[in-house]
Structure formats: structure tokens, C-alpha cells
Design a protein. Structure first.
Length: 131
């Protein structure tokens, strides 16, 4: 039997009107280092290793809508970010340029929108949260 090729997730990529601007937001939020910086492409790497987060400039970027609505750009992916202090994390994210989404589906999770409009969730892990 033939051995299947190895697959390793290296990064998730978010499109944005300005890759560098959105990368700067997440670099400050997550405290990650810049691994690659080109005019329309930036890659961030976590200090402990593992998959990174990349950003590419997309001139035709359409801001996603949260929650989804008919005839509007859907959210195709979102980031779940574990924090140790939810109110402090929300305050930090909003100070860096995020906005709280109007619709909050859970009491123990906060949905925010990054400067390009991508939804992301902040949560504190509990014994019963899958994260």
C-alpha cells in the first residue's frame, strides 16, 4: 500500500483591503511575530510554533456580514481566540480597532469584528468548553 503524502497546515489566510493594516491589528492583538512581510502579503507566526495567520490584499474585498443575511457577503471562516480574562481581552481588542458585534449568541463568548470586518470570537476555556 502506498504511503499517503504528509499534509501540514501552515497558516490560515484572511483577505483584506490592506494586508499590512490587518496584520498589524492581529500582531498587536496576539503578540505574534512577523514571519514574512511583502507589499500585499504578511504572515504572522506564534512564538510557540504551530500554524500561523497570513493576510493578503484583495482589491475586490467585500466585508462579511455577521450574522449572515440573504444577499450579503457571508462569513466564510472565523477565528476562535482563547483568552484568560474576557472583559480585559474585549477592551484590548476594541482599543486596537475591533468593534463588538451587535449580535452576541452566547453569554460566555464575545463576537468582535476586526478592522476589515472579519468576525472573531474571544472566549475563556471552561471545563466543558470545546474551544
Amino acid at each position: 500500500m502506498e504511503t499517503p503524502p504528509r499534509f501540514t497546515l501552515s497558516a490560515s489566510v484572511l483577505d483584506a483591503p490592506d494586508a499590512r493594516e490587518l496584520a498589524a491589528f492581529y500582531r498587536e492583538l496576539l503578540g505574534w511575530r512577523v514571519r514574512a512581510d511583502e507589499p500585499d502579503w504578511v504572515m504572522l507566526a506564534p512564538p510557540e510554533g504551530g500554524p500561523g495567520l497570513s493576510f493578503q490584499t484583495e482589491p475586490r474585498f467585500v466585508r462579511p456580514r455577521w450574522p449572515s443575511a440573504p444577499d450579503a457577503q457571508q462569513m466564510m471562516v472565523h477565528l476562535d481566540i482563547e483568552v484568560d480574562d474576557l472583559p480585559a481581552a474585549v477592551a484590548r481588542a476594541t482599543a486596537l480597532g475591533a468593534t463588538a458585534a451587535e449580535f452576541q449568541p452566547q453569554d460566555d463568548v464575545r463576537v468582535l469584528l476586526d478592522p476589515a470586518g472579519h468576525p472573531f470570537c474571544l472566549f475563556v476555556r471552561t471545563t466543558d468548553s470545546g474551544g
